[in-house]
Design a binder for this molecule. Structure first.
Ligand SMILES: Nc1ncnc2c1ncn2[C@@H]1O[C@H](COP(=O)(O)OP(=O)(O)OP(=O)(O)O)[C@@H](O)[C@H]1O
Ligand SMILES: [Mg+2]
Length: 427
């Protein structure tokens, strides 16, 4: 075979990236690259730590927005707890289930049973198909009884589970004499209201503590990215790029995953354009793309009417002088826009509900304002993001690509309308 390493076609070094894998979405950073979450690490450790001394741990629920380190920190602390326990002669296991995939009790218990068995000398066969939840529980209890003193079970994205019976089973296992092993559960969710959805019986038997992970601030994001600077070739990152990236990401969302993605995208941009350095401009451009993607993700499940409502609000802001608009104003413009894309408008009340949904998702903010005694109160809506990004994200929907671009809207200016964009009828 030819010596492939010597083929000049593949020899040129990547001018921008050295260890690009450090910036991949699925990359799990080593322990020494986890920064800015010391308090959270300690809080989780305080809840499950008793396990390392042979005592019963607390169950804990971790809440927080996307990209705030919930999954990473949980696995990190659980692994350290297991190592510490083992150092004290305690047979401790760590189990991780992503409930967005294993979204039924059967799937979750199957995965728990199979991963528990892994690495032990448990002899019984655990069928992958054709058996129910009860049989998987039986295997779980049997393996725990035979091979473990304690186990930490991480149930990530727990709100995706179709029922939460498993919480009761795990927390009552000792009481019900299923096993003597201590079980500590770490549940993770980005729905703060998850607890309210729990059956009272389950909630009381699960008896857990709650922790909240807040979005990262600029200095934490800076630290996280600095710790991965070696993803780039030496001297490729211009001064101030990481700071800028951290500042922009902190202002928008405080999501570590997105901040790292922006840094990577900026590197790609630099490479594509043949630049030798990654500059602040590359970061700004990458951030724009990332923000549009984020808005598109947030709105992807929205109806065409919700998208048109957002577009109507964005176009008001672009062509008008205010940042906030009333439901009625948005509705009037929305009706005109429906005409442009040959869609039948829904009622004003229907549109109001769509706006509320978008406020819940965090795309807009709505505020109740008193309009004086004679007028009553009304809602004022504002966009949380740049209207430019909304226009772009909405136009990515194939059925709405005919809508005027940001530039065309901006040309139109305040209330001048103009045949070009056919917006004259909106005011
Ligand atoms: N403190 C940190 N130090 C270093 N990297 C981090 C840190 N927090 C997050 N990251 C990076 O961001 C990625 C996302 O973090 P993580 O998966 O823990 O977020 P999450 O809160 O579970 O988000 P989601 O709700 O979307 O699942 C991690 O894989 C890691 O690369
Ligand atoms: Mg997660």
């Amino acid at each position: 075979m030819a010596d492939q390493a010597g083929d000049p076609l593949f020899q040129s070094q990547d001018p921008i990236f050295d260890r690009k894998e450090l910036l991949h979405v699925g990359h799990v950073p080593d322990e020494d690259r986890i920064v800015g979450r010391d308090d959270e690490i300690e809080s989780v450790a305080a809840e499950i730590g008793a396990i390392t001394r042979g005592d019963p741990p607390n169950n804990v629920m971790i809440y927080g927005k996307t990209g705030t380190g919930k999954s990473l920190i949980s696995r990190h602390v659980a692994t350290r707890a297991r190592n510490a326990a083992q150092g004290n002669g305690i047979d401790c296991g760590v189990l991780y289930v992503d409930c967005s995939e294993a979204n039924t009790e059967t799937r979750t218990t199957r995965q728990l049973a199979l991963s528990l068995k892994d690495g032990t000398d448990y002899r019984e066969n655990i069928p992958v198909r054709g058996v129910g939840t009860m049989e998987y529980y039986q295997h779980i209890w049997a393996i725990l009884e035979d091979c473990f003193d304690a186990v930490v079970v991480i149930l990530d994205e727990i709100d995706k589970l179709d029922n939460s019976n498993i919480l009761m089973q795990l927390s009552r296992a000792r009481e019900a004499r299923k096993t003597d092993a201590y079980i500590g559960v770490i549940g993770i969710s980005n729905k703060v209201k998850y607890r309210e959805t729990l059956d009272e019986r389950i909630d009381s038997s699960f008896g857990h503590r709650e922790l909240f992970f807040h979005p990262y601030d600029a200095s934490q994001l800076r630290e996280i990215m600095r710790n991965r600077e070696d993803a780039f070739q030496p001297d490729v990152l211009a001064d101030g790029t990481i700071e800028l990236c951290a500042a922009l990401a902190a202002k928008k969302h405080g999501d570590a995953r997105k901040a790292i993605e922006i840094l990577k995208e900026a590197g790609e941009l630099a490479r594509r354009t043949g630049s030798e350095i990654v500059s602040e401009d590359h970061i700004k451009q990458a951030q724009e793309v990332a923000e549009i993607n984020r808005i598109e993700e947030l709105t992807s499940g929205a109806t065409v009417h919700a998208k048109l409502a957002l577009y109507a609000l964005a176009s008001h802001i672009i062509t008008g002088e205010r940042e906030t608009y009333k439901t009625r104003e948005i509705y009037e413009r929305y009706v005109g826009i429906c005409d442009l894309v040959a869609t039948d408008p829904i009622t004003e009340n229907g549109l109001y509900r769509q706006l509320k949904e978008q406020a819940f998702l965090g795309v807009i903010e709505s505020e109740k304002t008193g309009g004086g005694r004679s007028q009553g109160s009304y809602l004022l809506h504002r966009l949380v993001t740049d209207p430019k990004h909304i226009v772009k994200a909405v136009r990515r929907d194939a059925s709405l690509e005919e809508l005027p671009t940001y530039d065309r809207l901006a040309e139109t200016g305040p209330a001048t309308g103009g045949r070009d964009t056919d917006l004259s009828s909106f005011d």
